[in-house]
Design a binder for this molecule. Structure first.
Ligand code: SF4
Length: 684
């Protein structure tokens, strides 16, 4: 029988199986090494950390061995990504290709091969909710009635029943009323159970050897599993691509958020009777008592939140890390107790009377939600475990109401206050929930700082792992230059912004467009954009501004459509953006992307390291910034024939001792300090 590594060789070699399916196939040593490591980790149940430089072909590097191992051993592998773009690529390119490869290797296994994309239930239509909405609209005329009618008509033709498949525009509020909701699912008692889109999708996952998922859903699954529920079926190993985002995603999923609105949403789950179980509990007594608890609980929170919101409105920042607790005694605890007891009594009564199973289940779920809310509210108000959790207050700028001086009402003030709490260190969580349970392989183009994996390994809690750093096959020395002007003012100086604008004008005059300008803050990006836009127009160039509400893909399409486009981007434009060829020839990075030190979570993370006698700058800020900078740099060269310039307008790379460490971590493009080189590069 052929060994695993021989099988991989058969796939990846110059005239191997892949060469028959990939036009102009070129074997890549780094890809082959990666595939071997992935297979070894899966077989030996060891964790792996793989930094695969751009151009390695890392998605094939893990997909093919994972599929082969899963099919040979009747296993299931989860592939988790951060972006939809990568999920689509896996589903449209790598996994179908893996199917073709398996067909040649072992046709009998190819027959069994199934891969699926896992989505949360809220992405699907719940047929029962749709039907109920239709029945309601027969007695009460609603504006959505025509859309509901058409949707109902389309249902038999729909295969998946997810949002993407709906052939007509559906307003978000209407979709919310018909989407799957665990709080309002009758399970086996639903008249639509047998044809349910969500149940169908779950069954398909059960039959799949490879399940593609996003990091957010994967970590939600881990949280739910702790509570005895689940989204994904049992699996044997996880491959996390875009793994540099794992810490962020885990933190996000475990973050508590408390606000008046969140509390109201929970009350409304019963009071507004949107779910079947709540409608079944048709008792005006219960309704009145719940209203009364709500009024007293909200009044208590308004009393606590309104003065805080007023104080924050006067301060320069909107978010502050809490040093002590907001309340001395837990004054909200009796109200939560009353709320819980009210529903627990009802639950007992209904159960004893042999009430409908789904209503009993719905009620017990509601009681757990009240308990969870109480835990969160107590945790944030009492600032529990401040060594382990960062708890902060955030003031939301008033929107439609205008300036905060116009707000008179205490309730309105209190509604602008949000409390958050996030784990300062997620390594222990990940160690317990993930690494001690399953084989995990993490990969990304940016996991090392100066060739060392220890920063990400420590932050994520991976103690033992096999590591591989595959260099990019690109010839950066010939394909790119890195320009870091020498005479730049430091980003902290007030002349810096004027310098930015002048430098950017000079750069885009040379490139004549096809340039990304990458910022670290929206406010600076907006100011520079406003300052440059008339000038750009005068010189026949078009500025495209990244707004958080605009889809990144739409903006990228626009960027590619004309060569005179200059894109002003923030956050998501630093990574996961692929513009190969001549459409992008220059990436300008405004400054080193250090985490913002006033951000509450960053502050808490730094405080914790400092308290332990570690150097928070060297052990957190610097490696974090290096990884992010490598991502930004990585936008430029996407293929072997790409050429271009990365400009970093931050002179700290020359003036600070850590500058050389950062430069040593970047791809080996030729470094220059002179703007003349930029002109020469593009005119040569
Ligand atoms: S089983 Fe649940 S999700 Fe599916 S149609 Fe019925 S109520 Fe809706």
């Amino acid at each position: 029988m052929m060994t695993y590594s021989k099988t991989l060789y058969r796939i990846f070699k110059r005239d191997g199986i892949l060469s028959k399916h990939v036009p102009a196939y070129q074997p890549r040593r780094a890809q082959f090494e990666m595939a071997n490591l992935v297979l070894r980790c899966l077989k030996q149940e060891t964790h792996g950390l793989i930094e695969a430089g751009t151009g390695t072909g890392k998605s094939f590097g893990y997909t093919l061995p994972a599929v082969w191992w899963a099919l040979k051993n009747e296993k299931r592998v989860i592939i988790s990504t951060n972006t939809i773009t990568l999920q689509q690529q896996l589903l449209e390119k790598e996994l179908p290709m893996a199917h073709k490869v398996i067909r040649e290797l072992a046709p009998e296994l190819a027959e069994e091969f199934r891969y699926e994309l896992a989505k949360g239930r809220s992405h699907y239509i719940c047929k029962r909710r749709l039907e109920e909405l239709w029945q309601d609209s027969l007695t009460t005329e609603t504006p959505e009635r025509e859309i509901v009618r058409q949707l109902r008509e389309q249902l038999p033709a729909m295969k998946k029943g997810d949002r993407e498949e709906i052939p007509l525009p559906v307003p978000p509020a209407l979709f919310q009323a018909i989407q799957g909701d665990s709080d309002d699912c009758l399970g086996k008692n639903s008249p639509f159970y047998k044809q349910c889109f969500i149940q169908n999708a779950r069954k398909k996952l059960q039959n799949a050897q490879i399940i593609v998922v996003n990091h957010a859903l994967f970590f939600t699954h881990l949280i739910l599993r702790r509570q005895g529920a689940s989204i994904l079926p049992e699996y044997d190993a996880v491959i996390m691509d875009e793994a540099h985002r794992v810490e962020d995603q885990v933190t996000k999923q475990y973050t508590y958020h408390v606000s008046i609105e969140e509390i109201n949403i929970l009350f409304n789950r019963f009071l507004k009777k949107r779910a079947h179980w709540a409608r079944e509990l048709d008792s005006s007594d219960l309704q009145q008592q719940t209203e009364s608890i709500r009024a007293r609980l909200v009044a208590k929170l308004v009393e606590l939140f309104a003065p805080l919101a007023r104080a924050l409105a006067e301060r320069p920042q909107n978010e502050y890390l809490l040093k002590k607790s907001i309340i001395a005694n837990n004054e909200v605890a009796p109200l939560f107790k009353e709320w819980k007891t009210l529903f627990a009594d009802k639950h007992k009564e209904l159960k004893a009377a042999g009430g409908e199973e789904e209503t009993v289940i719905g009620l017990s779920r509601y009681i757990s939600q009240i308990e969870q809310m109480e835990r969160m509210v107590t945790h944030v108000l009492c600032n529990e475990s401040p060594d382990e959790w960062a708890t902060w207050v955030a003031y939301e700028e008033p929107g439609a109401e205008g300036h905060h001086s116009l707000i008179r009402d205490d309730f309105a003030w209190a509604s602008l206050l949000h409390l958050y709490s996030a784990p300062i260190d997620v390594s222990e969580l990940l160690r317990e929930e993930l690494f001690t349970q399953k084989t995990v392989i993490m990969t990304s183009a940016t996991l090392t700082t100066q060739g060392d994996f220890s920063f990400v390994a420590n932050r994520m809690g991976i103690d033992e792992y096999e590591a591989l750093e595959t260099p990019s096959p690109f010839r950066y020395e010939q394909q790119a230059i890195l320009l870091v002007p020498n005479e730049a003012p430091s980003p902290a100086e007030k002349e810096f912004e004027a310098f930015l604008i002048a430098s950017m004008k000079e750069i885009v005059m040379t490139t004549r467009g096809r340039t990304f300008l990458l910022f670290t803050s929206y406010s600076q990006m907006n100011r520079v954009y406003e300052a440059m836009i008339p000038w750009l127009k005068r010189h026949g160039l078009t500025g495209l501004l990244h707004r958080p509400e605009l889809s990144r893909d739409t903006l990228l399409q626009q960027f590619r459509s004309q060569p005179n486009h200059v894109l002003f981007g923030c956050e998501s434009f630093w990574e996961g953006v692929d513009v190969p060829g001549d459409d992008l020839i220059c990436v300008v990075i405004v400054k080193l992307p250090f985490p913002v030190p006033t951000d509450p979570l960053t502050k808490a993370r730094m405080n914790r390291l400092d308290k332990r006698g570690q150097n928070s700058f060297r052990e957190y800020m610097l490696p974090f910034s290096i990884l992010r900078l490598k991502q930004g740099f990585g936008r430029l060269i996407r293929t072997r024939s790409d050429r271009g310039v990365v400009v970093i307008l931050d002179s700290r790379l020359h003036t600070k001792p850590y500058g050389s460490e950062i430069l040593a971590s970047l791809p080996p493009a030729r470094l220059t300090k002179s703007m003349d080189e930029l002109h020469r590069f593009f005119t040569s």
